[in-house]
Design a protein around this ligand. Structure first.
Ligand code: MG
Length: 332
């Protein structure tokens, strides 16, 4: 197999080519005692409340500035676990390879996935590969398992009136990086794709009264705030001037007629914490590796349950709804 440069249908046969593929690409990068046992199912230790999530990744292009589909699939999965206050522990990966996929590209993506899993502190305990007809693409499905402290209640339905609303950094970077690459626009915008474990751990360990966490992905901050307002039956009031946006992304948005409030990230969160903890929570976020430019951007009120709005610089008020229409396809 070593001489072959592309994935062929034979790699999905379940026979020798499949075994070679698993041994030469996946087993080396993902090696751990659970996976190496090659059992039909992983049996792993755990206790307490279990958080479970699953996600599929179809991003195009497979590699982009600041990340790739491998890194993205780990980050997306662990971040969803973290948003419930869980400590991510195990992930599974299903790879759907299209015929014609470049073997070196696959190798890089698998390596990146393994490195990111290590960074995020999760063990890859089960996996699968399939080969389908196509044009050299790659899709990944990941599931994640984590454990939640018994008394912790971090939930979309738990935003409370008076809470401070914080974001962990610049809005829209991932969306802008993907779109720039697809359009062949030359800039230095990077995806923010990152695991957010350090941040969540730091907030909880410092005893911050965290009510709700949400990673700001597809649909952007505007969509997330509207969804959380409905889930918690409160009002989200944010200040436009306080929303952190990278200057280059802001320029890009101006040029393209895009709104950073509706552009996705892959390494940012919005946190709802008790008002008295706001300053300290912001300092904690800003001290983390992926939390530079963290900011308090508003607060939860009781004006109109289920609504969200942004105060614009000129005294105006813009109502935020969920993203309407298609958005950017295959962003994650
Ligand atoms: Mg999420």
């Amino acid at each position: 197999m070593s001489q072959e440069k592309k994935i062929t249908m034979a790699h999905g046969s379940g026979g020798r080519a499949t075994n070679d593929l698993i041994r030469e690409i996946f087993a080396q990068e993902f090696s751990n005692p659970v996976l190496n046992a090659m059992e039909d199912a992983a049996v792993v230790p755990g206790n307490g409340k279990i958080a479970v999530t699953t996600d599929s990744f179809v991003v195009e292009p497979l590699e982009f500035p600041g990340g790739d589909i491998g890194r993205l699939s780990v980050c997306g999965t662990v971040n969803d676990l973290l948003m419930r206050g869980a400590v991510p522990k195990y992930i599974t990966c299903g790879f759907i390879l299209q015929e014609g996929l470049d073997m070196e590209l696959l190798r890089r993506i698998v390596h990146s996935l393994a490195v990111t899993a290590c960074e995020a502190g999760v063990e890859i305990v089960a996996g699968d590969t399939k080969v389908i007809e196509g044009k050299g693409g790659l899709l990944i499905n990941t599931s994640g398992v984590g454990f939640v402290q018994e008394k912790l209640c971090v939930s979309a339905a738990n935003c409370q009136i008076g809470d401070a609303i914080l974001v962990s950094g610049y809005m829209g970077d991932h969306h802008a990086a993907i779109l720039s690459q697809r359009m062949g626009i030359c800039n230095t915008i990077q995806s923010d794709c990152a695991p957010l474990g350090e941040m969540v751990r730091a907030l909880l360990e410092a005893g911050i009264d965290v009510h709700c966490l949400r990673d700001i992905t597809r649909g952007g901050l505007g969509t997330v705030l509207k969804e959380l307002a409905e889930a918690s039956q409160v009002t989200m009031a944010i200040e436009e001037a306080l929303i952190p946006v990278n200057a280059q992304v802001r320029d890009f948005c101006g040029l393209m007629g895009l709104d950073p409030l509706y552009m996705g990230n892959e390494g940012k969160l919005v946190a709802f914490v008790a008002q008295e903890d706001a300053g300290r929570a912001c300092e904690i976020l800003a001290s983390c590796a992926y939390g530079a430019h963290a900011a308090v951007i508003g607060r939860v009120t009781d004006e109109e349950p289920g609504s969200a709005y942004v105060n614009t610089g000129i005294g105006g008020k813009r109502v935020l709804d969920v993203l309407f229409g298609e958005g950017l396809p295959r962003i994650c």
